[in-house]
Design a protein around this ligand. Structure first.
Ligand code: BEZ
Length: 208
């Protein structure tokens, strides 16, 4: 059984492109976006690494640190980062885990043997300050991730934690939210004095 939402993200110590890290200590009191790549010097990965670097202000605004993983050495990562910066007009500062022996990739179930026994697929783990896994997504090797969605999910999770709400399909920041079933009307009156629109007893929508 792979890692699931609500599990504690397994801790590990590893070499990265910016030096050794201990994962939980590195996360600290913020959030982490941990994502894997099949290999260095591959085209889709190069665009994803550049996109992550170019979104660094967006991740920082969400108190969320990116951590990449690719199954090459730190020395190879450094050469690749120079290429990423060059081709993607980026200034990549976040660490990339060096995982030539697949230790971390195996720990996180990033190797899907029917796809490849040596290269990780494109896994995404969003991890909260309590080190709990809050979202997992897996993309195939030949499809680059949607970073608008990754940022949107972080926003939705942080809003859910702060305001005890859920978010509807295709929610965007500022949009209507939903009172989750775990909050009964009595409790909702205290949480949402502005009131809500009760479309059905189970479908209560409001603006924050
Ligand atoms: C890529 O990053 O471009 C890639 C890697 C492995 C398989 C297919 C594409």
């Amino acid at each position: 059984m792979g890692l699931r939402i609500g599990d504690t993200a397994p801790d590990f110590t590893t070499e990265t492109s910016t030096g050794p890290i201990s994962f939980h200590d590195w996360i600290g009191n913020g959030w982490a976006y941990f994502f894997s790549h099949p290999a260095d010097f591959t085209p889709v990965c190069t665009t994803e690494m550049g996109r992550t670097a170019n979104l660094s202000a967006e991740f920082a605004a969400r108190n969320c640190k990116p951590l990449g993983l690719s199954t090459d050495t730190a020395a190879a990562h450094l050469k690749w980062i120079a290429d990423i910066n060059d081709t993607q007009s980026a200034d990549l500062q976040f660490p990339i885990v060096a995982d030539p022996d697949h230790k971390v990739a195996q720990l996180y179930g990033m190797i899907h043997p029917s796809e490849s026994v040596t290269a990780p697929v494109r896994s995404v783990f969003i991890i909260d300050p309590n080190k709990k896994i809050r979202l997992t997504m897996t993309y195939p090797m030949n499809v680059g991730r949607n970073f608008t969605e990754i940022l949107r999910v972080i926003d939705a999770l942080q809003l859910a934690d702060a305001k005890s709400v859920a978010t509807p399909a295709d929610w965007q920041p500022g949009g209507d939210v939903i009172i989750p079933p775990s909050v009964d009307n009595e409790k909702a009156k205290g949480l949402f004095p502005q009131g809500w629109d009760e479309i059905r007893p189970y479908l209560r929508v409001l603006k924050l």
